[in-house]
Design a protein around this ligand. Structure first.
Ligand code: PEP
Ligand code: MG
Length: 322
């Protein structure tokens, strides 16, 4: 079994009928790339940069951030690295920002909302990202976008950061893709509109499931209600992939669902282009993809889209792969 996985290193993530996808990894710090490289990743699909801001007393400087991003980009070059801009708030606290306690932090002042409100903090990160971009294949991703206005505002601040660097004569890559996470239902619902403004989508199912079903992802008591097989979630995912493809952009997924072997066949059938997961899931996912036929999975996902409950879908998948 282990040997078999090792033998998959260097092989493409391609279905039996020649449909190629990308299997990439999620990281939280530059040190995590070691584990990704060991598992023959095709890139980084999510670098959660908030950890640079946590467990300390002051904001990280532009220089500190530049070094971290550069390290990851260089180690992965020329493979793609999707770096997500700051996503604090929710369950991730940063004490020195003195953010008021909120009744519903997951519905509150977090991620892009905070960054647009504190543009001076956001811009430091964007400048560091731009400066690091010449060391590899950077893609910038905004978290928690819930409207077109937010996306346009974030892009505007990115352009401002570029103008600043231009004026200072500082170089950055000219071909940086800019994308956004789809993790809020309102973004999924207007994904046809948003797709016109970005180069890619990455579906954040950890939050998308939580917000779509109104089930707190941290609450053990209602754990049974937090279900990736929920037909509402699967419909939203289909909608996002279709809307992205209509505008000619690629659609990935960086929530836990992307590495779930019961979900991968469905996601493949729905047309997902990129699967981003924890390092240890990469080779098993590649093995699974290489055992599947994409046309069969398209039929399977069409069947699943007709089903009424999560339980029905889950049972169907279990039996299908028995
Ligand atoms: C997600 O919401 O699916 C996601 C990948 O982001 P995080 O888990 O960091 O909120
Ligand atoms: Mg999220």
């Amino acid at each position: 079994e282990k040997k078999e996985l090792q033998n998959l290193k260097g092989k493409p993530s391609i279905t039996k009928d020649g449909y190629k996808v990308e299997i990439v990894g999620n990281i939280g710090t530059p040190n995590d790339i070691e584990g990704l490289i060991k598992n023959d990743t095709e890139g980084v699909g999510l670098y959660r940069t908030e950890f640079i801001y946590m467990d300390r007393d002051t904001l990280p400087t532009e220089e500190e951030q530049f070094e971290a991003y550069k390290k990851v980009l260089q180690a992965m070059n020329p493979k793609p690295v999707v770096i997500r801009t700051l996503d604090i708030g929710g369950d991730k606290e940063v004490s020195y920002l003195n953010i008021d306690k909120e009744m519903n932090p997951f519905l509150g002042y977090r991620a892009i909302r905070l960054c647009l409100d504190k543009a001076e903090i956001f811009k430091v990160q964007l400048r560091a990202l731009l400066r690091a971009s010449i060391y590899g294949n950077l893609k910038i991703m905004f978290p928690m976008i819930s409207s077109l206005e937010e996306l346009l505002e974030a892009k505007k601040i990115l352009e401002e950061a570029k103008r600043e660097l231009d004026n200072e004569g500082v170089k950055y890559a000219s071909n940086i893709e800019v994308g956004m996470m789809i993790e809020v239902p309102s973004a999924a619902i207007i994904s046809d509109i948003l797709a016109k403004e970005v180069d890619f989508f990455s579906i954040g199912t950890n939050d998308l499931i939580q917000y779509t079903t109104a089930v707190d992802r941290m609450n053990q008591k209602i754990r049974h209600l937090y279900n990736p097989f929920n037909p509402a979630v699967i419909r939203l995912i289909k909608m996002v992939i279709d809307n992205g493809h209509k505008e000619g952009i690629w659609v990935g997924m960086c929530g836990e669902m992307a590495g779930d072997k019961r979900m991968i066949p469905i996601l493949l059938g729905l047309g997902l282009d990129e699967f981003s997961m924890s390092p240890i899931s990469i080779l098993p996912a590649r093995k699974l993809i290489r055992s599947l036929n994409s046309k069969e999975m398209k039929k399977l996902s069409d069947e699943i889209l007709k089903m009424n409950t999560a339980e029905e879908i889950e049972k169907f998948i279990e039996n299908y792969f028995k």
